[in-house]
Ligand binder design. Structure first.
Ligand code: NAD
Length: 487
């Protein structure tokens, strides 16, 4: 009753707390965006389960801390091996639950899950040595001490990948973890908990509380026993979390939404620009980093728009399990309606729909057609708010200074893409762009050692490499005097 078999995997629908499966009186449905099938009835946690999970994680903390980076690395490497062993099942399960492309899960996303675990386990072993420096003959010795229980709250657009991007460094740093996955995509987190157990992770080191954000999530971020809150999601939720965290002064790491600019200069390789622009529809536009504002130099705007429309017309939309599919469904009916609402309001305000513009009637279900909006009013909603669907808007600019001004004219600062034919010109452009990550003549190149995060309302803090450990650990400086030592 508490288990379902999906994609060849046994999925337990209960919480995972202190190494035990724990049920709740209530459940919620996990529904597949592919065909509306109810996949599972999942335990709906609240403050009682949260109290239990935080207590279990606190109890497990001293043992996990004292294992040291080397002992933890051994277990984390076994966990990464198990993710790789079950990669096919995990990829299929994630596709059933969130509707993203199966081939992306197989080839990119799930291998990254394993890498998120392995990479940070290794980093904790090798890369955290800070050179000792002296102050008037005294040694400064810096250490990254485990800080306690890290709460990790994640969205639905890349569930296990985004969860392990936080879980990997938190566990490697010696923290214990309570994860609350998004209620629209709860399933792979549960399988991951089984893999942690199989890898020999002590009970209570990793816990999963399932449930709604306003119930389980809100209880977790208000809990006084929590040392760190890592949240990936929307700006309104981040504000609520920060208010709650303020009562306990719990440090937060936020990775939030975006409305990233995609700048094409008049000396750009147009084929390259169109290729990269098409990628902004990936994952049916449900990507925080997407360059959704196409800012194109006026000299090449017509040529770009023509080629872009031709390429967009060839995009194959359909079942995300088919190898040929490039764009799958939106995650949920509520979200599809939200995306539709943005486009309808843009139209009502006088913007032109160059192509797309609504749900794909041939496919039915939750499919929204790749869409381009043109001639939107400056400052209008479609140019400023995050749609989080396959909806791009195009504007033109006359000079590079105009491009930078347009690009920065948003409350977000997550990412930016620049396609440009001249390196020095690109460097001048990127210098004044406000964004956590900028890609020049490329997109989505991510190195786990590089800092990642958002400026302005796109986030607080950076993770990746040592930046992750700076957040999950208590960074400590111990000063040793040259005097006072016996012999
Ligand atoms: P969301 O904010 O609605 O939900 C995210 C998570 O927060 C879910 O697990 C939800 O249950 C939980 N939550 C909701 N209310 C809560 C509360 N009051 N207290 C505690 N937890 C609560 O976001 P979403 O719709 O799931 O995800 C889409 C958003 O995530 C977009 O804005 C997108 O840009 C952003 N995102 C950002 C990144 C990044 O790296 N910057 C990556 C992926 C997605």
């Amino acid at each position: 009753m508490h288990q379902v078999t999906l994609a060849g995997l046994t999925v337990d629908t209960r919480h995972y707390i202190g190494g035990q499966r724990v049920a709740s009186d209530d459940t919620f449905e996990s529904v597949s965006p592919i065909d509306g099938q109810v996949l599972a009835h999942v335990a709906r946690g609240g403050s009682a389960e949260v109290d239990q999970a935080v207590a279990a994680a606190r109890a497990a903390f001293p043992g996990w801390r004292d294992l040291g980076a080397e002992g933890r690395r051994e277990i984390l490497h076994r966990l990464a091996d198990l993710v790789e062993r079950d990669l096919e099942g995990l990829a299929n399960l994630e596709t059933l639950d969130n509707g993203s492309l199966l081939r992306s899960h197989r080839r990119g996303v799930m291998p990254r899950v394993a890498m998120n675990i392995r990479f940070f386990a290794d980093w904790a072993m090798n890369k955290l040595d800070h050179p000792v420096w002296q102050t008037r003959g005294h040694d400064n010795v810096v250490t990254w001490d485990p800080s306690g229980v890290a709460v990790i709250i994640t969205p639905w657009n890349a569930p296990l990948m985004l969860a392990t991007w936080r879980i990997g460094p938190a566990l490697a740093a010696g923290d214990t973890v309570v994860l609350k996955p998004a209620e629209w995509t709860p399933l792979t987190a549960s399988v991951f908990a089984d893999l942690c157990e199989r890898a020999g992770m002590p009970a209570g080191v990793f816990n999963v509380v399932q449930g709604y954000g306003t119930e389980a999530g809100a209880a977790l971020v208000a809990h006084p026993g929590v040392a760190r809150i890592a949240f990936t999601g929307s700006v309104p939720t981040a504000k609520a979390i920060m208010r709650s965290a303020a009562d306990n002064l719990t440090p937060v790491s936020f990775e939030l939404g975006g409305k990233s600019p995609f700048i094409v200069t008049d000396d750009a390789d147009l084929d390259l620009a169109v290729d990269i622009a098409i990628e902004q529809y990936d994952n049916a536009g449900q990507v925080c980093l997407s360059g959704t504002r196409l800012l194109v130099h006026e000299n090449i705007a017509d040529a770009f728009a023509k080629r872009f429309a031709e390429r967009a017309a060839q995009i194959v939309q359909g079942d995300p399990r088919d190898e040929a599919t490039q764009i799958g469904p939106q995650i949920h009916r509520v979200h599809l309606d939200r995306v539709t609402g943005f486009v309808e309001r843009a139209r009502a305000e006088g913007a032109q729909v160059a192509f797309g513009g609504g749900p794909n009637d041939e496919l039915g279900g939750l499919y929204f057609r790749p869409t381009l909006i043109a001639d939107a009013k400056p400052g209008s909603e479609i140019l400023t708010a995050e749609v989080f669907g396959p909806v791009l808007a195009m504007q033109t600019f006359a000079s590079d200074d105009d491009a930078v001004e347009l690009a920065n004219n948003t409350e977000f600062g997550l990412a930016a893409v620049v396609v440009c034919g001249d390196r020095e010109r690109a460097e001048r452009l990127t210098k004044n762009l406000v964004a956590g990550t900028i890609w020049v003549n490329c997109f989505f190149v991510r190195d786990l050692a590089a800092p990642f995060g958002g400026s302005k309302k796109s986030g607080i803090g950076r993770e990746g490499g040592t930046w992750s450990f700076d957040f999950y650990a208590d960074v400590k400086n111990t000063v040793y005097a040259p005097t006072g030592w016996k012999d």
